[in-house]
Design a protein around this ligand. Structure first.
Ligand code: AVJ
Length: 291
């Protein structure tokens, strides 16, 4: 049986990004809600610890929903959102600019998985990296460590990083977050197949797949899959594929971290954790580290 997988970054076309925005507002999907409330509460403390005059560099800024809380509290010298999707980047930079008219906003369209040369305007400023949303959870440990090290190169030794990481918790709560009652996550997962059909001249029978979210305890992660519910054949850009009922396409990993796991991951990535905050139920952590 062939092991099939699609990297999670392909979820985020226009339709996928819109579905993700809906996910973040679902009752079953706790991470965005919990992290945003946590950030609002701790922003003044973060500000006191990082001091004034920093440049804030956000990795994978997307629609930058959480950013205003941070920017308001720390009043940075500049804000550098980095995102691979230029369209999203410019839209959210424009929206932020109207809320923070005096802030210097310097968007960078780039893949943050590799070291990036920051804009010359912030070269001499102390920097604070911001990586919320538990996006790091999408990566297996070795990739996460590579990314953290790339961030040290991008920001420089002496920089700080505020990173959001989702905690290990009750398995039912975890799987519910990735298989919600409204079916939005199922639509998000299946959109990947619609996207292949739209963009790659393909004829995948989307109705022959079912969304599935499972907890994989060996790797401490929620996995999303698309399960074939019947035998099928389809073509993608002229190449023929067959799948049998019960075969699966692995579409996403969302790794979860216990307190010590999180700190070890950061140290392996050349960041030293200094302080961390969680919500009252310990569902989600924001960690401040320094390079
Ligand atoms: C944006 C990667 C943090 O893993 O929780 C949400 C993406 N996938 N529901 C996550 C996602 C399914 C999300 N991240």
């Amino acid at each position: 049986m062939a092991r099939r997988a699609i990297p999670a970054r392909w979820f985020y076309d226009r339709a996928g990004s819109e579905l993700f925005e809906r996910i973040t507002r679902l009752p079953d999907y706790y991470p965005t809600r919990v992290e945003t409330a946590l950030l609002e509460r701790i922003a003044p403390e973060v500000a006191a610890m990082v001091g004034p005059g920093r440049a804030v560099v956000e990795f994978g800024s997307g629609s930058s929903i959480k950013t205003p809380h941070l920017l308001e509290a720390i009043a940075p010298a500049a804000y550098v959102p980095i995102d691979i999707s230029g369209e999203f980047l410019r839209e959210s930079a424009a929206a932020l600019a109207s809320d923070f008219p005096k802030l210097s906003i310097l968007p960078v369209e780039a893949d943050f998985m590799h070291p990036i040369a920051p804009p010359a305007e912030i070269a001499s400023l102390p920097k604070l990296g911001f990586f919320p949303g538990s996006t790091i959870g999408n990566m297996v440990a070795r990739t996460a460590v590579n990314l953290l090290r790339a961030m040290v190169e991008t920001l420089g030794v002496g920089s700080m990083l505020l990173i959001g990481m989702d905690r290990i918790k009750d398995v039912d709560v975890l799987t519910r977050a990735y298989d919600d009652a409204q079916g939005v996550t199922a639509a998000f997962n299946l959109n990947l197949l619609h996207r292949i059909n739209r963009e790659l001249d393909a004829d995948i029978p989307v109705d022959a797949f079912r969304h599935r979210a499972i907890w994989n305890d060996r790797y401490a992660r929620v996995e999303m899959h698309l399960d074939a519910v019947r035998d099928m054949a389809f073509t993608i850009e002229g190449e023929r594929f067959t799948m049998a009922a019960g075969e699966t396409i692995h579409t996403e990993n969302s790794h979860k971290y216990g307190p010590r796991d999180a700190r070890l991951l950061l140290r392996a990535g050349a960041w030293t954790p200094i302080t961390e905050w969680t919500d009252p139920d310990d569902n989600f952590a924001l960690i401040l580290a320094e390079a």
